[in-house]
Design a binder for this molecule. Structure first.
Ligand SMILES: Cc1cc2nc3c(=O)[nH]c(=O)nc-3n(C[C@H](O)[C@H](O)[C@H](O)COP(=O)(O)OP(=O)(O)OC[C@H]3O[C@@H](n4cnc5c(N)ncnc54)[C@H](O)[C@@H]3O)c2cc1C
Length: 446
């Protein structure tokens, strides 16, 4: 099989060095590790399809790897897999400023697409802290959300067309020059969020948006989480909303202490809110904040430098979470009315199962999409915490995955968010496209 793979991609792009494979078989957090037999780096869609054919015929399992920033161990191989990396599929087409779209290879990073859009005066609708590493193929596969979802929606809403290598080794291209297209099944939607179980995305047509000429950002302190959620409920429906991020005050204290970043407000909870439009939004933001129960004065930024200083509080979170080793991560979506109760009950649950743990909550409050990060939770306490936390989330009416996907970490809990008939239908789709189940076998289903 290795020789056949070398014939397809060239000998330099089939790697069997054990150290490299070990580095690729571990997840982003360093908590989960698997085993791989080879790493293959195809350089074109045709090569991806041929690699899949070779692996299927040889009975090998394949795990697809983009930027490997999955936070649910989505790229950890469990069957001595061939790792199929999209890192050479990075080509970016010219930005079509009239139709506001761009064609990108699946391995292009989010930052590369953002820069291409910005150079043409346009904005890409999804942003997340892993932007320099996460690929647009991986992001479509997980239907990633992030810092701009409240305005532009998730990754699925940015995908206008896709090219996919199917498990049988054929290539499928759904590409329409016209946005309105109701011709048959919405196949791109099937591959968005499929976490690589149905095929390998090789290229995408992505939507871009006009750049608003004015932005205003504020960080507001709250004594009470209920009051913050009430403000979030009001802001998410406001015209021009561009970001709405909840930040735990305990995280603010760590950012101050470990990174020396100035946190401009007090309060147990903080809300970063941004409005963007084609005219100045400062007075409007002040009027909207007038009715909100704040703890002290908000910090407001209008010019780029001031706004960046405020965003630094949110952007520093990714770094500070590692202060005590890899955190235990929960990506959940909750009805807004359940958030304060969940925060209270999660702290109590940790008090029982991992008393030394430090819980930090943050996330995209407009969508009820929260990230609970448990710092100082020893690996041997993980199992005791994980299941009860999933039950708590489901009991609050939430989903066990909000934007990170199911990966291999959450597959035992799929049934908490999906009914049996739903899972059976998903399995039927999987079986139709990948009857031997060799592609991303560790992901989604037990
Ligand atoms: C600091 C940090 C911040 C983050 N913030 C957010 C956030 O705000 N919102 C959010 O949604 N996520 C966030 N994430 C999670 C992660 O960045 C996303 O899940 C992202 O979509 C993964 O992209 P990737 O290229 O790294 O994919 P990978 O991690 O490589 O893969 C993710 C899954 O998709 C599959 N896959 C990858 N590429 C392809 C392809 N071309 N075709 C088919 N399947 C493929 C993989 O097999 C795997 O199952 C964050 C992660 C980090 C580390």
């Amino acid at each position: 099989m290795l020789r056949a793979l070398e014939t397809v991609v060239g000998p330099g792009h089939v790697v069997t060095d054990p150290d490299i494979l070990a580095g690729r078989a571990v997840d982003y957090t360093g908590r989960y590790r698997g085993r791989a037999g080879a790493l293959v780096r195809p350089g074109s869609a045709e090569e991806v399809a041929a690699v899949l054919r070779v692996c299927r015929d040889a009975g090998a399992h394949v795990t697809v790897q983009g930027g490997r920033t999955s936070l649910v161990a989505g790229t950890v191989p469990e069957h001595d897999d061939v790792l199929l990396s999209t890192e050479r599929l990075r080509a970016l087409g010219d930005v079509d400023t009239l139709e506001r779209r761009v064609q990108a290879g699946a391995g292009a990073t989010l930052a590369a697409v953002q820069h291409a859009g910005a150079a043409a005066g346009l904005v890409f609708g999804v942003d997340l802290a892993a932007r320099d590493t996460a690929t647009v193929g991986g992001m479509a596969s997980t239907n990633a959300g992030g810092l701009r979802t409240v305005r532009y929606g998730n990754m699925g809403e940015q995908v206008l067309g896709l090219q996919v290598a199917l498990p049988d080794g054929s290539l499928l291209r759904r590409h329409s020059l016209v946005r309105s297209d109701n011709t048959g099944y919405d196949l791109p939607a099937l591959f968005v969020g499929a976490e690589g179980t149905l095929g390998v995305i090789t290229a995408l047509d992505l939507r871009l948006h006009p750049t608003p000429s004015h932005r205003v950002t504020a960080v507001c302190g709250f004594a009470d989480l209920e009051a913050l959620v009430a403000a979030g409920r009001m802001f998410r429906d406001v015209d021009g909303i561009a970001a709405l991020e909840l930040i735990d005050g305990r995280a603010g204290a760590l950012i101050r202490q470990h990174l020396g970043v100035a946190v401009p407000v007090d309060g147990d909870w903080m809300l970063l809110v941004e409005l963007a439009a084609d005219h100045d939004q400062s007075d409007r933001l002040a009027d909207l904040l007038d009715g909100v129960q704040l703890c002290g004065e908000p910090a407001v930024g209008v010019d780029v430098a001031a706004r960046q200083r405020l965003w630094q509080v949110r952007e520093s979170l990714a770094e500070v979470l590692g202060s005590y080793g890899p955190p235990l991560k929960f990506d959940v979506s909750l009805p807004l009315s359940a958030i304060a109760g969940f925060a209270r009950d999660a702290v109590a649950l940790l008090g029982t199962h991992a008393p030394d743990a430090l819980p930090l909550l943050f996330g995209h409050v407009g969508e009820g999409n929260l990230h609970l990060n448990v710092l100082r939770c020893p690996v041997e306490r993980e199992q005791a915490v994980y299941g009860p936390m999933m039950e708590l989330i489901a009991g609050c009416g939430g989903n066990v995955s909000s934007e990170h996907g199911v990966g291999s970490r959450k597959r035992p809990y799929l049934g908490m968010s999906r009914e049996p008939a739903d899972i059976a239908a998903m399995r039927a789709v999987k079986a139709a496209l990948d009857p031997t189940g060799y592609l991303n076998a560790a992901v989604l289903f037990v």
